[in-house]
Design a protein around this ligand. Structure first.
Ligand code: SAM
Length: 262
């Protein structure tokens, strides 16, 4: 989970590679906009817009799109690529827009990275008109066939005596938790939908690269050099076993949530 300042540093670094690494976000951005189904001309605020997966999809539907993100580099790139989108650096906890400025607020894969999601939803409600809609996507990755990776990570990185979370709790935020927060923030008429995204990776090295921006890049360098080498060796061994036993396919899924400010 990140603060606004941490998001700025982290996502600035990812500006060139973001949608290559997270190759599913463009499709889920389109899914999220289709799910919200805005009419042409609807005023959309896309928060935590990143490279614009959701904002671009809303633009393609003829919406008037404003995008904000903590990362100035992401926003500069989006503004260059899509001058029709009003993209600027901004803090989603304090957007600075007047009450009731938008008909739809979208946030693609944002809620799970926030340290105070309820405060964020309260701000989204504030900038919506009465009858306005919020549409969010939430990443869900069950441990499934990656249980070996969880065990290996616990062995190398977890404090003594900690145990593995169940696969149901593996994500940082569940869809039920997000729905409860939506209600607490004053939203009504909640609807949600699942999107399945089986994610095949070519080989053990591709899995290593895929996991790097998801925590490994911070965790591995913290190990002493010989433990680091040992972790990498064991990782490749276990991943090779997975590869030979049906392939490296991540059981990846997202939920789409929408709700209204009545
Ligand atoms: C996982 S990315 C999702 C990007 C994009 N919505 C997508 O679907 O590809 C999360 C984004 O939220 C942004 N973010 C995180 N905290 C933020 C905050 N407090 N204010 C504005 N943006 C924030 C990050 O900079 C990052 O671009």
């Amino acid at each position: 989970m990140v603060t606004t300042a941490q998001a700025k540093a982290k996502y600035d670094q990812l500006v060139d590679r973001y949608e290559d690494i997270f190759f599913y976000v463009a499709d889920v951005g389109k899914d999220l906009v289709a799910f919200a189904n805005p009419a042409p001309g609807v005023r959309v605020l896309d928060v935590g817009a990143g490279r614009g997966a959701v904002a671009r999809a809303a633009l393609a539907k003829g919406c008037a799109v404003t995008a904000i993100d903590a990362s100035p580099l992401m926003m500069r790139r989006l503004a260059e690529e899509h001058p029709e989108i009003a993209a600027s650096e901004g803090d989603l906890y304090r957007t600075g827009f007047a009450d009731g400025s938008f008909d739809l607020v979208t946030a693609g894969f944002v809620m799970q990275v926030l340290d105070d999601p309820l405060a964020a939803l309260t701000e989204f409600r504030r900038v919506l008109v009465r009858g306005g809609q919020v549409a969010l996507s939430l990443e869900r990755q069950s441990v499934g066939r990656l249980a070996w990776f969880q065990d290996l990570s616990l062995e190398f990185f977890a404090p003594e005596g900690s145990s593995a979370p169940s696969s149901e709790q593996a994500g940082p935020m569940t869809h039920d938790q997000l729905d409860a927060l939506l209600v607490e923030a004053g939203f009504e008429d909640l609807v949600r939908e699942s999107v399945e995204m089986p994610t095949p990776l070519a080989d053990p090295s591709a899995l290593w690269e895929w996991l790097m921006p998801r925590g490994l890049a911070e965790m591995v360098p913290a190990l002493p050099p010989e433990r680091r080498a040992e972790f990498h060796r064991r990782f490749l061994e276990d991943a090779r076993r997975m590869h030979e036993d049906g392939g490296i396919v991540l059981e990846f899924a997202a939920t789409l949530h929408r709700a209204y400010y009545r």
